[in-house]
Design a binder for this molecule. Structure first.
Ligand SMILES: C[S@@+](CC[C@H](N)C(=O)[O-])C[C@H]1O[C@@H](n2cnc3c(N)ncnc32)[C@H](O)[C@@H]1O
Length: 164
């Protein structure tokens, strides 16, 4: 028998395939950079790391449930513009959302961003490694067991890593 949580989760998957969130078009990407929070590089430098983290140290960031890519595109662009080392890993299980995020990154010719289709419910199996910073915004409340996914994300933080 299908558990209610599974039914809820399948309809959520279908929703984000049909309506990738937020609604974005790669065509807009050459006109402006969307700025926000979390994943703003200054916010990470000052509020998350208290200006104690050398900017020359590569920043490995995970945007868990990246959707169509607002936070990830902003962070990868900030890093690239500042010629700072690092990479942004974008994880989502919506193919449609990832396709839009990838198209936005292509317009910006970002080489410091990667897209992974997968579920936050299977984090250990994805073997993504450790991250200095994790952004998981607007996602945990969707999950059948937010606490266990939060713990799985915490386990992926590097020893002096932080999350938003
Ligand atoms: C409200 S959107 C948030 C997108 C982005 N973080 C933002 O703030 O703009 C939620 C996203 O979480 C993704 N999501 C939901 N459950 C997921 C799961 N189990 N694994 C991976 N992604 C998931 C959805 O596909 C969707 O893109």
């Amino acid at each position: 028998m299908t558990a209610p949580d599974d039914l809820f989760d399948s309809s959520l998957t279908a929703q984000y395939e049909a309506y990738p969130y937020p609604e974005r078009s790669a065509k807009e990407e050459s006109k402006r950079l969307l700025i926000g929070s979390p994943s703003h590089l200054r916010e990470i430098d000052y509020w998350v790391f208290g200006a104690q983290r050398p900017t020359s140290r590569p920043l490995r960031a995970l945007v868990a449930g990246c959707g169509t890519g607002d936070g990830a595109i902003m962070l990868a662009t900030h890093l690239a513009r500042a010629q700072r080392p690092g990479e942004v890993i974008c994880l989502d299980r919506s193919k449609a959302a990832l396709a839009i995020a990838q198209a936005r990154a292509d317009v910006r010719q970002l080489t410091n961003i990667r897209f992974i289709e997968g579920s936050l419910l299977e984090l250990p199996a994805l073997e993504l490694g450790l991250f200095d910073y994790i952004d998981c915004c607007g996602v945990l409340h969707h999950l059948p067991d937010p606490d266990s996914t939060l713990s799985a994300l915490e386990a992926m933080l590097a020893p002096v890593g932080a999350w938003d």
